[in-house]
Ligand binder design. Structure first.
Ligand code: NDP
Length: 545
């Protein structure tokens, strides 16, 4: 059966569903349809049959069969294919951006910068560094007893990597992870979010067009149950990006069979604005950081803390800038903020803002839907006087909301920033970089930026990943490549005709000589070392057994 097909004139309503693992183990998954929908207009772009467990099983089998040949090509040839992919993406950037705008709703400028550019630069990094990072490496060692051995590190592909990706960066997230997996010699089975299958199929078309064999990179479109089936399948490693709730389910299933996983999960990133920051710059950053992609970014500014001396002035600047933003359809070149992905996401945002309002927060801008524009639009919202008792400061909102709270001193800022179950990224704003760095070092997060926000995702060399509930493992750069390989230690003894000192044939004499040897190696005083060396004489001898 084909893994996906178009269904014409079907009026199924879109539904985002999370399936738990017990559904996944059940072999009888009924036929399910999923839809790709333009979130700005509600128009159905395409409908697919959701891949079932059998589809996943056969995709993984084909990926496994294809893997040795892909690995045997060698890194240099795979890098050549990557170069071709990069050039094709460059040529087709406008087309790819159009698909992203249509399916995810984001402004075209963002489709080009946060999706296409990120992928082109990831390819650049892998082209420049793939060979160096994947080649064998000699490992000198200092153990005198084993001095005749040489050690080498080999980086071997896992085999088949399963990738499950979310809808908010529907091109750059699966692409950056897939490129790292492929260059390392793995084959990939990708399950994108059911909301953004078309973006993943664009990626597939580019990779196949560049010379990646069909079974080496496969997209299986489907819903949460398809993702659960992929987690249960015979993959060798899973790279998951999504919510903490789904990440925990996946971790539990993976633990059962010791499946290695990378979990890139949610965030509640704090922004700390110190009293010596440039208010104009920091307020522009806060507004962009909270509203980019309509706030649906894992690295969004989700909490903003401002030193009390400049609190009101900062709020004033944020509100003025927010009121200048254009909310509209992503395809309109003047649009700054597009729609949210769906009604479910809107309801979460509404409930967080409502909770804040009821508990005493001031709504200085926005705070409501924007029905004139379409069904999924929400006005960019600035909230003042929020507290940590409010959901808006504790749970991931994932919408265009900037909640701002005052603090008195650096210690309080650090305490507030760390008072969260999440730890993806954070930012500190100050003219004093030493002060900024001091605070950055105390914040519990995978990344802390001083005087910038979010952009770390576009630095292909930098590790991306979180601490605490924000996940396990790292993507991007050499750290992302490390996640795609098994490290093998190759130990070669250059004296094949010699028995080892530590083998049988112990006896009293050997024990005394060994004590002397330990002193000769590790005693602090030089004289003890010499004495030990004398006592150890003869320890390296032929063993009796
Ligand atoms: P979800 O966890 O709902 O979904 C993520 C992916 O998992 C989707 O492909 C989804 O399929 C699939 N899925 C759903 N249920 C299961 C299951 N039981 N087993 C396996 N796969 C399943 O997250 P969202 O798509 O809503 O993404 C938003 C979240 O992702 C936010 O929390 C955000 O912070 C986080 N994120 C983290 C990033 C990071 O790098 N740390 C980057 C981007 C986003 P389907 O959509 O078809 O239901």
């Amino acid at each position: 059966m084909s893994l996906w097909f178009e269904v014409a004139n079907c009026d199924l309503k879109h539904k985002s569903t999370n399936y738990n693992s017990s559904v996944a183990v059940n072999l009888q998954i009924p036929l399910r349809k999923i839809s790709s929908i333009n979130p700005a207009t509600g128009a159905i772009l395409r409908e697919f049959e959701s891949a079932n467990e059998e589809d996943i099983r056969s995709a993984v089998m084909r990926a496994r069969a294809a893997q040795p040949a892909w690995n045997d090509l060698g890194v240099q040839k795979r890098v050549g294919i990557l170069r071709q992919f990069q050039q094709s993406l460059l040529e087709r950037k406008a087309e790819v951006a159009d698909v992203i705008v249509q399916e995810a709703g984001k402004p075209r400028a963002e489709a080009l910068t946060t999706e296409v550019l990120v992928v082109l630069d990831t390819a650049r990094f892998l082209i420049e560094n793939g060979y160096r990072l994947l080649r064998d490496e000699s490992l000198p060692h200092g153990n005198l007893v084993a001095k005749l051995k040489t050690g080498r590190l080999l980086r071997e592909p896992y085999g088949v990597i399963g990738i499950i990706s979310p809808w908010n960066y529907p091109f750059s997230i699966p692409a950056t992870e897939s490129l790292a997996a492929l260059v390392a010699g793995n084959t990939v089975v990708l399950k994108p979010s059911e909301l953004t299958s078309l973006c993943a199929l664009e990626l597939q078309s580019l990779l196949h067009g560049a010379g990646v064999p069909k079974d080496t990179f496969q997209v299986v479109v489907g819903d949460g149950a398809t993702g659960a089936a992929l987690t249960q399948s015979a993959i060798d490693k899973l790279v998951f990006t999504g919510s903490v709730a789904t990440g925990k389910r996946i971790a539990a299933i993976a633990a059962e069979r010791l499946l290695p996983v990378v979990l890139e999960l949610g965030g509640k990133d704090p922004m700390i604005v110190l009293d010596d920051a440039d208010i104009d710059v920091a307020s522009s950053a806060a507004v962009w950081g909270a509203f980019v992609n309509a706030g649906q970014a894992c690295l969004s500014v989700e909490r903003c803390y401002v030193q009390s001396r400049m609190y009101e002035e900062f709020l004033f600047a944020c509100v003025a800038k927010t009121k200048k933003l254009n909310v509209g359809h992503g395809a309109d070149r003047e649009t700054d903020i597009g729609p949210l992905i769906n009604e479910r996401q809107l309801r979460i945002v509404e409930s967080h803002v409502e909770d804040a309002r009821n508990r005493g927060a001031r709504i200085l801008a926005g705070g409501a839907r924007y029905p004139e524009l379409g069904r999924n639009f929400y006005c960019p919202t600035v909230l003042a006087d929020v507290t940590h008792e409010m959901r808006i400061m504790r749970e991931e909102t994932f919408g265009p909301v900037l909640p701002v709270m005052a603090f008195e001193n650096d210690d309080e800022a650090v305490r507030l920033a760390n008072d969260s179950e999440y730890g993806l990224a954070a930012s500190v704003w100050t003219r004093d970089s030493a002060r900024g760095e001091k605070i950055a070092r105390r914040i519990q997060a995978g990344t802390v930026m001083v005087n910038d926000a979010i952009s770390c995702f576009g630095i292909s060399e930098a590790p991306h990943g979180g601490v605490k509930a924000s996940g396990i493992g790292r993507a991007h750069g050499r750290f992302g490549i490390d996640e795609m390989v098994r490290l093998k230690y190759l130990d070669i003894d250059r004296m094949p005709g010699m028995k080892k000192v530590w083998w049988y044939g112990y006896g009293e004499k050997f024990a005394q000589q060994m004590e002397g040897f330990l002193d000769s190696q590790f005693a602090r005083r030089f004289s003890d070392r010499i004495a030990g060396l004398i006592r150890s004489a003869g320890v390296i001898r032929h063993k009796k057994i």
